[in-house]
Ligand binder design. Structure first.
Ligand SMILES: [Zn+2]
Length: 206
């Protein structure tokens, strides 16, 4: 059965949200220097590359990424390609049936953005579309762009609507070459205690 890897590679070339800490990988022990083994340390924003947001990203008293529901992160999802548009609105989603208890991964032109490019005009969601997905019973939303809100958002209204419905947000996927349809998701964020997000390896199994 096909297995799709939706994870963007992490390297110093990985594009990060403006102002976020870029990825750096520093050797702290090296065979070539006579050390016993190679060991590296990393520094990066936890929102670099493919990652999962935690409720504590938008609210101080909310749970961290270590508390997310693993049954949702390993549950059923559908992949839907949506035409390019600055923001995904309710009309763009209304043809999608039966989202109750499932996740939705939206495939936009963001999947064609190279890993080392930040596109400030990336596709995102309107707050009304986020509310609508909540009202349909969706459990998780994934997108192939850096955020579910626009780059110039001042109130993160889509993030907050998803939070109200307990919908888990996965960002910076790459869905290039993945046919639309139903899959099982495997999206496992690093278990970083109380953190506002964590990088994840994200796979789909059909
Ligand atoms: Zn994020």
């Amino acid at each position: 059965m096909p297995l799709y890897d939706l994870t963007r590679p992490l390297s110093p070339r990985t594009a990060v949200y403006p102002g976020d800490t870029p990825v750096s990988i520093t050797p702290t022990s090296q065979l070539r220097n006579g050390d016993m083994c190679n060991v590296s340390s990393i520094a990066m924003s936890v929102h670099a590359g493919t990652h999962i947001d935690a409720p504590s990203h938008y609210s101080d008293d909310a749970p961290g990424v270590d508390a997310l529901d693993l049954s949702v992160l390993t549950g059923p999802v559908c992949v839907v390609t949506l035409p390019a548009s600055p923001a995904i609105d309710i009309a763009a989603l209304s043809h999608i049936a039966n989202l109750s208890g499932k996740g939705l991964l939206v495939h936009t032109r963001g999947s064609d953005t190279p890993d080392d490019v930040f596109d400030p005009g990336y596709v995102c969601f309107t707050a009304a579309a986020a509310e609508w997905l909540g009202s349909q019973g969706a459990r998780l939303v994934g997108i192939d762009t850096p955020s579910v809100d626009p780059a110039d958002s001042t109130n993160l209204s889509a993030h907050l609507a998803f939070l109200r419905y307990g919908i888990i947000i996965v960002e910076n996927l790459c869905l290039r070459g993945v046919p639309d349809g139903d899959y099982r998701l495997m999206a496992l964020p690093l278990k970083i205690v109380n953190c506002d997000a964590a990088p994840a390896r994200v796979l789909l199994e059909s």
